[in-house]
Design a protein around this ligand. Structure first.
Ligand SMILES: [Zn+2]
Length: 275
């Protein structure tokens, strides 16, 4: 996703679907950004004049003309969308003929998603994706998979949510947050699942996948990195190549500072095939 965003110029337009406050760091990039979410109020809000616009909209009926978007981003949002077929058709409609689409979703049959659903009574995940199932659903709308990457979890949902989300938590989750057991559980899960994945070739630390799709010709001149290290504070994933310069040691452990939020995290060297 970063690779495409960095290549865009100020006159190009990115659509961030189900954006919340922003599903990626808007300030890092030059393009114009349209952030759409059903949770916004009805008044569009322009931030950084002429560059970032927040507007209420429904992904199944996007308030956009056809062929207007250079890059559409569905970052951890499609698992929450009730009418997924209509949403995928809308994404294909609004993309320019040479436009790109980025989708990141949880593996609906993996450990990370199962634990999330257990702790939060489903947590609003209304879709359960498999790799092939989502790929074929998107491609049936005329898009083609260019590349994909495996995404790793930081079990960030073990952090205490903000005050707005607190009333909606199941009672047992409120209790676990209040007595403070989630934080040590999160640290333990991050360490143990990655070590098991390295030594036993399990996929317990897997979050899901990132899909890069295109409406036009699929030939591109780059490869997607893996994001084996994911910040436990902000959930931002970074390739091992971008973290090498910020690594430091304490005792026998290696740490890195998250480029997005500057918090410290344990550094894990990806297993073969991940970098
Ligand atoms: Zn971070």
């Amino acid at each position: 996703m970063d690779t495409i965003l960095e290549s865009l110029s100020p006159d190009q337009l990115v659509l961030d679907i189900g954006s919340g406050h922003g599903s990626f760091q808007y300030s890092k990039y030059n393009s114009r950004i349209l952030a759409i979410d059903v949770a916004f109020d009805a008044t569009p809000r322009l931030v950084s004049p002429d560059r970032i616009l927040y507007a209420r909209g429904d992904s199944q009926a996007l308030p956009l003309a056809s062929g207007t978007i250079d890059f559409a981003v569905c970052n951890h949002s499609l698992e929450h969308v009730a009418r997924i077929r209509e949403t995928l058709a809308e994404l294909a409609r609004v993309l320019k003929p040479d436009g790109f689409l980025w989708i990141s979703v949880p593996n609906g049959f993996g450990f990370d998603d199962a634990l999330y659903r257990l702790l939060y009574d489903g947590g609003g995940h209304v879709n359960r994706f498999s790799f092939e199932g989502l790929k074929s659903a998107v491609e049936s709308n005329g898009l083609r998979l260019v590349q994909h990457s495996t995404l790793t979890s930081s079990f960030i949902y073990c952090n205490r949510p903000d005050d707005a989300a607190w009333p909606y938590l199941p009672r047992r989750s409120k209790v676990m947050h209040t007595i403070g057991v989630f934080r040590p559980i999160s640290v333990m899960l991050n360490a143990v699942t990655r070590l098991l994945d390295r030594s036993c070739h399990t996929q317990l630390s897997q979050y899901g996948w990132g899909f890069l799709l295109r409406k036009g010709p699929t030939a591109v001149q780059f490869t997607l990195p893996s994001y084996f290290n994911v910040c436990a504070s902000c959930g931002s994933g970074h390739s091992i190549h971008t973290l090498r310069t910020g690594v430091y040691r304490r005792w026998v452990f290696q740490f890195y500072r998250c480029p997005r939020c500057d918090k410290s995290n344990l550094l894990f060297i990806p297993p073969a095939g991940f970098d």
